[in-house]
Design a protein around this ligand. Structure first.
Ligand code: GLC
Length: 744
């Protein structure tokens, strides 16, 4: 073979090899960062800009020419939202997008069981994966600052330690499916009233000790791959592109490598968004239907940003950081060939829904052993209240779902108790008769021709003829109830429920109230009823979950993740304000509402303890059908540890006659500190399951994290030497044993 032929052969083979060789950005054997560099080197400016904003209501383009896939997102924290039209909030009318509606996140928090958080995250992540969503827009981790916040039901309650622990395992569970979470709404987004214009003003101590921990736990400890900026302003600048929150803290101090996604329509300016650390823009006003060409080009991070880079107003290096983050998110999800395949509407998910609900329902009151039901005391039951028959998986805002099914409380009772008891149902009141949300129909007609008086009379008659009344009331997903976009207008139950419960109690004192809500309500009738269950929005298995607890198949073990205030002035946000804030015209942002967090770090039980108040029910409270006895707490200093590390141990015994779980809580008191500190703070919890007569010794480790507070002057967490106390209890107001110790 002559030289020419050989050279030709070599050239052809070389070309073939080059062609056959996988480009670096697609070669999964290479480190992600190398693949990202390679992809960026192949992208045009237009392709880089396109990556940073939506192409439809819930999706963003990949890089078509390079085969980098699109990024599909979807709500929400309690289930995967049904498909909407390309540019609309309204339904796309698909017939394959029903889902499992899992319990609300306050219910998950109320389980105080990280295993439930992992189960929850894994299950909902499997459903998102099956629906080919790369980003699940949840969990929400905003702290419960006021009981009026319309979205409390989507969050984890008032305490940063509990919220952090539960959110972190939820995140791990979801992302184990190769689906990103999008932790929201970063940050200080603690009410829905004026949510687009509220300017939250909080001290660094409140920020670092109360409002950031759950975000940090999700973003840093659990490694969330994306995070959503809130609609509100923080310190005068929009949260979703906030110099302090995003650049200095999230991407600076925390060195977080994920993608900051705006809330839908939360972006209002190109320069601010670019400089303020935003990486992806979704939901901006243009709906993709109006305007020349695709109105997505009008997004703040679209043509305006493209022109800004071209004319040197914005650096390519800054742009590349955003592109890098989005490519990293894509390679962790849509381009990750090793992801599991997910599943949806499986028996396992329905079982998970029920288990989480059973572990989250809180028994608040149970006199005369009214619960669980027994046939010797009760034959005829009057089931009263709209919430016994009302669909709760539809409505409430972006967390609204098209659940595959929903077992209502009355249905659950009928199937579980119908053979042993006579059940009659009375509506009692008419509250919300809404039939659809975003074109997902409830398939219920809850209209009722009767007058309120007639409804009451019918309910009273049923109650007087029964041995027991089970009243299903509370809130629902309508505006000014548990719903996004509006706050509640008072602490009271709506629709005249308080009066109705009192009226029923007059004719039959044997009343069980099942309060279905995602947040606290006033209970002026509490001492006139025999039992109260705090039953959250429990999703598909609502009726079966509640029937199981009422019948005693399940021993309730939930504990409150927030304080049940008797009145609003027991809550710092209302007593010291401000809520909902003071209007002001800002030269840059226009008409905004300043809302200083005057209660500072004293949120929830921290405010209750400081002011020695007595709420209806304290944080961490919950009863059981059995009884637990706590022994004496002991403390040991851990040998050989450089830092001060202690172990607290306490024996807990089930002294009742049935299996049950108890959430043992550890609070730490810093008896003397250079800055004000709460009387005590939750720094550990453990849920133990005990057979009758069984004792388990629960141990807690106390290290720097449990002892330190944030010194805003020094801008660091500090542990000051001196006396501390470890308090172990069954709730924040039921300390069973305490032990003091000295920190050197
Ligand atoms: C909504 C919510 C956010 C949701 C997003 C997309 O307005 O604030 O939680 O994920 O828009 O629906």
């Amino acid at each position: 073979m002559n030289l020419k032929t050989i050279l030709l052969l070599v050239a052809v083979l070389g070309a073939q090899a080059a062609w056959a060789e996988t480009p670096v950005y697609l070669d999964e054997s290479r480190p992600i960062e190398e693949r990202i560099d390679d992809a960026i080197s192949r992208m045009t400016l237009k392709e880089k800009i396109a990556l940073l904003h939506a192409q439809s209501k819930f999706s963003a383009p990949g890089v078509p020419s390079l085969g980098i896939p699109e990024l599909w997102t979807d709500d929400g924290p309690m289930g995967v939202r049904p498909e909407v039209l390309w540019d609309e909030w309204d339904q796309a009318g698909w017939t394959n997008d029903s889902c499992t509606a899992f319990p609300s996140l306050t219910c998950l928090a109320a389980t105080w069981n990280p295993e439930m958080a992992t189960l929850y995250g894994k299950s909902i992540g499997e459903e998102a994966r099956y629906r080919n969503k790369s980003v699940l827009l949840g969990p929400g981790v905003n702290i419960y600052r006021t009981p009026l916040c319309g979205r409390n039901f989507e969050y984890f309650g008032e305490d940063p330690y509990l919220a952090s622990a539960m959110a972190a395992d939820y995140v791990r569970g979801v992302q184990s499916n190769g689906v990103a979470v999008c932790v929201k709404h970063f940050a200080l987004n603690n009410n829905e009233a004026n949510r687009y214009t509220t300017n939250s003003i909080a001290s660094d101590r409140a920020l670092y000790e109360i409002y950031l921990p759950a975000f940090k736990a999700a973003a840093v400890d659990a490694g969330a791959w994306s995070l959503m900026g809130g609609y509100n302003l923080v310190g005068g600048q929009h949260a979703t592109y906030n110099q302090r929150l995003v650049n200095e803290i999230l991407k600076g101090e925390w060195n977080w490598d994920g993608v900051v996604i705006s809330d839908w329509g939360a972006v209002h300016d190109t320069r601010q968004a670019v400089e303020g650390g935003l990486d992806m823009e979704f939901g901006t006003g243009t709906d993709g239907l109006t305007g020349s060409g695709s109105s997505y080009d009008k997004y703040w991070l679209a043509n305006k940003y493209y022109d800004g880079v071209r004319n040197g107003e914005f650096s390519e290096e800054q742009l590349n950081d955003k592109v890098r983050r989005v490519l990293r998110l894509t390679m962790r999800t849509a381009m990750n060939r090793n992801r599991p395949w997910g599943s949806i509407n499986s028996p396992e998910h329905h079982q998970a829904c029920r288990r989480i609900g059973e572990e989250g329902v809180v028994l608040l009151r149970n006199v005369d052993q009214t619960l669980p039901l027994t046939k010797d005391k009760v034959r005829k039951i009057a089931v009263i209240g709209e919430n016994a028959i009302k669909r709760m998986t539809v409505g409430g805002g972006s967390s609204s779902l098209k659940a595959l099914y929903e077992i209502y409380p009355l249905e659950g009772l009928q199937s579980r108790l119908g053979d042993d008891f006579e059940l009659v149902y009375e509506r009692g009141y008419v509250g919300d008769t809404c039939t659809h949300y975003n074109n997902v129909w409830t398939k219920q007609d809850l209209t009722d021709p009767r007058t309120p008086q007639q409804l009451t009379a019918d309910a009273v008659k049923a109650a007087s003829d029964a041995d027991l009344v089970i009243f299903f009331g509370g809130l629902n997903k309508a505006d000014h109830q548990d719903a996004e976009g509006t706050d509640r207008l008072s602490l009271d139950l709506p629709y005249g429920q308080n009066e109705l419960i009192e009226t029923l109690a007059e004719v039959n004192p044997n009343i069980v109230v099942v309060n279905i809500s995602g947040t606290g309500v006033a209970m002026p009738w509490l001492n006139k009823v025999k039992a109260v269950l705090q039953a959250w929005y429990l999703g598909n298995e609502t009726g079966n979950t509640l029937a199981g607890i009422i019948a005693g198949d399940v021993n309730p073990s939930g504990k409150l993740p927030y304080t049940y205030y008797a009145t609003l002035d027991q809550c710092g946000a209302h007593k010291l304000g401000e809520y909902p804030g003071t209007p002001r015209h800002d030269p840059v942002e226009g008409d905004i509402i300043d809302m200083p967090y005057n209660e500072d770090i004293f949120v929830g039980y921290r405010f209750i303890d400081k002011n020695k108040l007595k709420p209806t029910f304290p944080f961490g409270y919950g009863l059981s059908y059995t009884t637990f006895d706590y022994g004496k707490a002991t403390i040991d200093r851990k040998k050989g540890s450089a830092d001060d590390v202690f172990t607290v141990s306490i024996p807990v015994t089930n002294i009742g006659d049935r299996q049950g779980s108890e959430v043992v809580q550890l609070y730490i008191s810093d008896l003397k500190s250079s800055l004000p500190r709460p009387v005590k703070e939750l720094k550990g919890f453990s849920k133990v399951n005990l057979a009758p007569g069984e004792t388990q010794t629960v141990t807690f480790e106390i290290g720097r994290d449990a002892l330190s507070f944030f010194d805003d002057k020094a801008h660091e967490w500090v542990v000051e030497p001196g006396k501390f106390e470890a308090l172990v209890g069954a709730s924040s107001a039921d300390i069973r044993s305490r032990v003091s110790f000295e920190v050197q």
